[in-house]
Design a protein around this ligand. Structure first.
Ligand code: 5GP
Length: 179
């Protein structure tokens, strides 16, 4: 896999530092709130696992699977819930955990969905932010790192379902997209 990467944008050490910092901030925020931490599948998987272990407080986890239709590197406007959470969010402090906020459409849709379910609060933590690409005016409350306007893979993020297991975040060589 490593030979398919043109540039490493975020090293494993930078990821670990960002996760540790977010874990401290979220521990302070949620210490007495027993939050429901909801990961947005599938790209969030490695980040979610590391993040909750960096949070030193009582919490519960759940997952939601959404799909945004489009070609391999560009999401379209349509966002569909493929698998909903199993938990009741009424009166709960919800923390949505995302891999990346790009256009913002997925996050907008998720915030709409949870707004109507009676949560005590809904906040968002995203590992990555790509602010240059934003189409919808939404921001995560907690952000690990900002990345430039490039399609990135690794640490959960895929290209055609591959590269999610890379321990760093990088950009693929152009010929990989052309194959
Ligand atoms: P948005 O709805 O904000 O445009 O993006 C939602 C989803 O598109 C993200 O959760 C992620 O799955 C995917 N996505 C956006 N940008 C990238 C990227 O640079 N690389 C990869 N692999 N996926 C991305």
């Amino acid at each position: 896999m490593n030979q398919d990467i043109a540039t490493i944008l975020v090293t494993t050490e930078q990821i670990n530092d960002a996760v540790a910092r977010l874990g401290q901030e979220l521990t302070a925020e949620y210490r007495d709130k027993n939050p429901l931490v909801i990961g947005v599948l599938r790209g969030v998987a490695p980040f979610m696992i590391d993040l909750v272990r960096a949070m030193d407080c009582y919490l519960e986890i759940d997952f939601i699977d959404v799909s945004s239709y489009g070609d391999a590197t560009e999401s379209s406007g349509a966002v569909t819930v493929l698998k909903d959470i199993d938990s009741d969010v009424t009166g709960r402090h919800v923390l949505l955990v995302e891999d990346i906020v790009d256009t913002g459409r997925t996050l907008e849709k998720l915030l709409e969905l949870f707004a109507g379910r009676g949560a005590a609060s809904v906040k968002v933590c995203s590992l990555l932010d790509k602010p240059e690409r934003r189409i919808v005016n939404v921001t995560a409350d907690y952000i690990g790192l900002s990345v430039p306007n490039e399609f990135v893979v690794g640490y959960g993020l895929d290209f055609r379902q591959q590269y999610r297991n890379l321990p760093y975040i990088g950009v693929l060589k152009p010929e990989i997209y052309q194959n």
